[in-house]
Design a protein around this ligand. Structure first.
Ligand code: CMX
Length: 438
């Protein structure tokens, strides 16, 4: 691991110099003009963040350091030639900017398994103090905050560390946190859904395989699914709520636990990560509505219309940036078609996919009528036996840690400043627009 750290530090020094030069020599270059609509419609088209880990193209979908998901499936190291890539390899790619060798991935896997052992007992006691029926995301975030007492970063800051060295305790904290999240997630899962019958970590397994194992799924099939799930949810450039919140809170030099907890609070919103649970809820209501296991296309449209008339959204459809079917949806559908083609929920998801884009398009206001990652992930997990919907966003969160936390290390390598955009009252915007102010 020391070799990887040394290499990262060297890259950090080099890129920090590039950033400094860019600002010094070209800081006055105009990037774009902003309009009232751009600011007041969620700032989606305003370039306001520096994020290197991944970039989202509206038509093509996500690329991690330039690689699409199908390319990553070919290029990243795998345990078995036919299997899914290891998420540790994607983490390495996002952090170091290069496709890792098998040996480098093994180093990361080993380091994570080693760190996962050192969760203090009080963290589990804190989880146990939360009511069992509290949403698993509440339990996850409680545990993340409880672990912040161990923050290397906070300690280093208190001891008066030079800011150019902040990346190092940040790296240590991030690695600890990523290592421990599967243990925490599995603990919450077994606590809530399996009468507290916990399963210890298996140090010989990879990060995602271990998560499946500790949740109680010791089959190759579920471990493969978990690796796929962890890879495709890992990052979605810097502006999405969980990434942006993690980065923003980190800009105050909050430790990685505080920063990541902020991101996870955002992920728990139904328009973001909680949409995976909402989709299953919506499908279950659709099945009740149609009084059948396989609603017809007309019934799907009728229920969708009811949802819209009730002032709600169709979960799993639409996206703030994407304007095509999310490749993360496609890759999951391919996996489902290969391994569980006849699973009842997968059939319903396929039928919804046939109807929904046209239905949403006809509403005339939805910018992207196509499915996003959440439209199928719950159905896929359910089809492999993980049927407890409230855990789905926790699994999303475990995966998302790899992207947002590797960015957080880079924020400190770049020595990015406190983030503090300016705000204005409504009257300011109206005045700018030349409107009368009463
Ligand atoms: N169902 C119904 N209406 C939708 C819709 C959907 N799936 N998606 C967008 N719309 C509506 C919006 O609510 C908005 O309506 P109003 O003008 O009445 O407010 C209008 O269409 C325009 O919205 P948009 O510009 O197309 O979408 P936004 O960028 O504002 O929002 C998103 C994006 C994802 C929040 C939205 O598509 C949505 O609510 N989808 C359902 C929830 C979901 O699946 N979220 C998960 C996203 C992926 C993730 O982060 O995990």
């Amino acid at each position: 691991m020391e070799e990887i750290k040394k290499k990262l530090h060297a890259k950090g020094l080099e890129r920090h110099e590039m950033l400094k030069k860019l600002i010094k020599d070209h800081g006055d270059v105009v990037l774009q003009q902003t309009t009232i609509d751009m600011v007041l419609s969620g700032q989606k088209s305003i370039v306001a963040l520096l994020t290197d880990t991944s970039k989202l193209d509206p038509e093509e979908g996500i690329r991690f350091k330039g690689f699409s998901i199908p390319e990553l499936q070919q290029k990243l190291p795998r345990l078995h030639p036919e299997g899914e890539p290891l998420p540790e390899g994607l983490f390495y790619l996002m952090l170091m900017g290069e496709i890792p060798s098998h040996a480098e991935v093994k180093t990361i896997s080993y380091d994570l398994a080693r760190r996962a052992h050192h969760i203090p007992q009080y963290v589990f006691d804190v989880i146990d103090a939360v009511p069992k029926d509290a949403h698993p995301m509440i339990q996850l975030n409680t545990a993340i905050l409880a672990m912040s007492t161990q923050s290397h970063f906070r300690k280093a800051y208190e001891e008066g560390m030079d800011k150019k060295d902040f990346w190092e305790p940040m790296f240590e904290g991030v690695m600890d946190l990523i290592a421990r999240l599967p243990v925490i997630a599995a603990y919450i899962y077994r606590r809530v859904f399996h009468r507290g019958q916990y399963i210890d970590i298996n140090p010989s397994l990879d990060w995602a395989g271990n998560l499946a194992y500790m949740m109680g799924y010791d089959t190759d099939a579920v471990k493969r699914l978990m690796r796929l799930y962890m890879v495709i949810h890992a990052d979605h450039e810097g502006g999405n709520v969980s990434a942006h919140a993690t980065h923003l809170v980190g800009s105050a030099l909050s430790n990685p636990y505080y920063s990541f907890a902020a991101g996870m609070n955002g992920l728990a919103g139904p328009l973001h990560g909680m949409a995976n649970q909402e989709v299953m809820h919506w499908i279950d209501k659709l099945l009740l509505f149609s009084e059948s296991c396989c609603p017809t296309k007309d019934q799907i449209k009728e229920f969708a219309l009811k949802t819209i008339s009730d002032g709600q959204v169709i979960p799993g459809y639409g996206h703030a940036v994407l304007r095509k079917t999310d490749p993360r949806f496609t890759v999951q559908l391919e996996f489902a078609n290969k391994y569980v083609p006849d699973a009842p929920y997968i059939k319903v998801v396929r039928d919804i996919y046939e109807v929904m884009p046209g239905f949403l398009d006809d509403l005339g206001k939805v910018k992207n009528p196509y499915p996003n990652v959440d439209a199928i992930s719950g159905a896929l997990l359910t089809s492999f036996g993980i049927t407890e919907h409230p855990i789905y966003t926790v699994l999303f969160g475990v995966s998302r840690s790899m992207g947002v936390l590797s960015s957080l290390i880079w924020d400190r390598l770049y020595q990015l400043p406190l983030e503090r955009p300016s705000s204005q009252p409504l009257e300011w915007f109206m005045k700018k627009a030349g409107m009368d102010i009463k």
